[in-house]
Ligand binder design. Structure first.
Ligand SMILES: Cc1ncc(COP(=O)(O)O)c(C=O)c1O
Length: 450
């Protein structure tokens, strides 16, 4: 999908300029209070779904008592509706009539468009060119004024602020506006009502609004609960802020967790949360793909990369201190393009050692390839793809090189396949056969007895 450039780097020089947003002043940041969150909870109670927070089938697999807060089940597929609705409700009548504007990669935009439509407040969203197509499409369906401009969030934001000034619209930052942070905190009030004796809550972190809201709510009610922020290795702006002692421009690379791709955390979010975060975890992209796969297979949940980061951290062994403890994962969003979901599942299967690729040189006489296929089928492995190569093969002219992609039950099934191939063919090469679970290094296994 052209909107995700998995290897490109983009660095936003001007994201620093918060000065034109009256609600986000780096010199005098606003900190959010517990009362702000309870007031938000009261105001939005009729317009937001109270989503389930239930025990997960993943508990056995991980050795933790895992609960999943399924906020991807909000109408527009993310928790962002909480802050968006509250921010819209808190506007004066006059400002509501004039309308609002936001810059967003998608979830905040969708949330604003949806609640703007319900509350009859005109909404304009500026989405950068890298925003996922599905999210852009949804905003259009919600009858908002959708502007696609800017190569990244920094540029989209500049455009939005300029239009706000020209047209007298209220600009609402998706992670740093105080009402947005207060609205996001309402998710924590729900979690504490739904689950008893929680040891930790894991919060996917982008600009820091959700983390800040959750921290304020939880630490006021039960300071013993640990709050853990999680971000992708490709957009670790909160970790960078902790390292530097202040919000700091961070290099962002294309990530499966596109919702978290914010180059600099918000000043209000930072001021509210910096002293109370118990731990920040940075996860690898590969684990995010595996987490998406596990959520589909074991929980029947379609969760986007950002929302799957908490599980990724657990699967990667980065939260092992919570083994035997009760931990809540916020599944914050489910808006993932179908094509990206397909790719994530394939990457997850490959990382699991369940999608394997190998080359074998087999006889080119009639029946040579069919014999190979029969052999593979004899142990219950299914073939996804076979390509055969005659022209560039260096062995005798009666041989053909076959590239095969197979699906297996698990890593040990893949190892069984490898043994079978080695036992029956002289030239076999498996590529990247490994299981991320055992954190084994790549085993590129070759046998060449010729
Ligand atoms: C699905 C999802 N999870 C988590 C986040 C992080 O929220 P915040 O930017 O408030 O840190 C976002 C932000 O857009 C998101 O879309």
């Amino acid at each position: 999908m052209e909107n995700y450039v998995l290897t490109d780097k983009f660095y936003s020089k001007d994201m620093d300029d918060f000065s034109e947003d009256p609600f986000c002043n780096p010199e005098q940041p606003t900190t959010i209070t517990f009362e702000d969150i309870t007031s938000a909870a009261y105001k939005i109670r009729t317009g937001i779904n109270q989503t389930q927070c239930i025990k997960s089938h993943l508990s056995e697999l991980t050795g933790m008592d895992i609960y999943l807060k399924k906020d991807f089940l909000q109408n527009t597929g993310s928790f962002k509706e909480r802050g968006a609705r509250y921010a819209l409700l808190m506007l004066s009548k006059e400002k509501q009539q004039k309308g609002v504007i936001a810059a967003s990669l998608g979830n905040h935009a969708q949330a604003m468009c949806y609640h703007g439509l319900l509350l009859k407040i005109p909404v304009t969203v500026v989405m950068p060119l890298i925003a996922p197509i599905m999210k852009i499409q949804k905003c259009r369906e919600l009858k908002a004024n959708v502007i696609i401009e800017g190569k990244d969030m920094a540029e989209a934001r500049k455009v939005a602020i300029r239009i706000a000034q020209e047209k007298g619209l209220t600009y609402i930052n998706g992670y740093d506006h105080p009402h947005i942070i207060a609205g996001q905190g309402t998710i924590a009030l729900e979690i504490l009502e739904q689950v008893e004796d929680i040891d930790a809550i894991v919060v996917p972190t982008g600009g820091g609004g959700l983390l800040a809201g959750v921290i304020v709510a939880v630490k006021a009610l039960n300071p013993n609960i640990k709050i853990i922020g999680v971000e992708s290795e490709r957009c670790a702006s909160f970790s960078k802020a902790l390292e530097c002692g202040e919000p700091t421009q961070t290099i962002i690379e294309g990530t499966l967790a596109d919702g978290l791709a914010v180059p600099k955390v918000g000043y209000n979010a930072w001021a509210t949360s910096r002293d109370s975060v118990d731990k920040m975890v940075v996860v690898q992209e590969e684990w995010i793909a595996v987490a998406i796969l596990r959520l589909v297979e074991l929980e029947k949940c379609i969760v986007e990369g950002a929302g799957a980061c908490g599980l990724a951290a657990i699967l990667a062994g980065q939260l092992d201190e919570f083994k035997g403890k009760r931990i809540v994962l916020i599944l914050s969003g489910g808006n993932i393009d179908t094509t990206i979901l397909g790719r994530c599942l394939e990457r997850g299967l490959a990382a699991d050692g369940r999608l394997v690729k190998f080359k074998a040189t087999v006889s080119d006489r009639p029946g040579g390839i069919s014999e190979l296929c029969k052999l593979i089928g004899s142990i219950g492995v299914s073939i996804k793809d076979v390509i055969h190569e005659r022209a560039w093969v260096t062995s005798d002219v009666f041989s053909v090189e076959v590239k095969v992609v197979c699906e297996t039950r698990d890593f040990s099934h893949s190892l069984e396949l490898r043994e079978l191939m080695f036992a029956n063919y002289k030239r076999v090469k498996f590529e990247n056969l490994r299981s991320i679970k055992s954190s084994k290094p790549d085993i590129t296994s070759t046998i060449n007895n010729m």
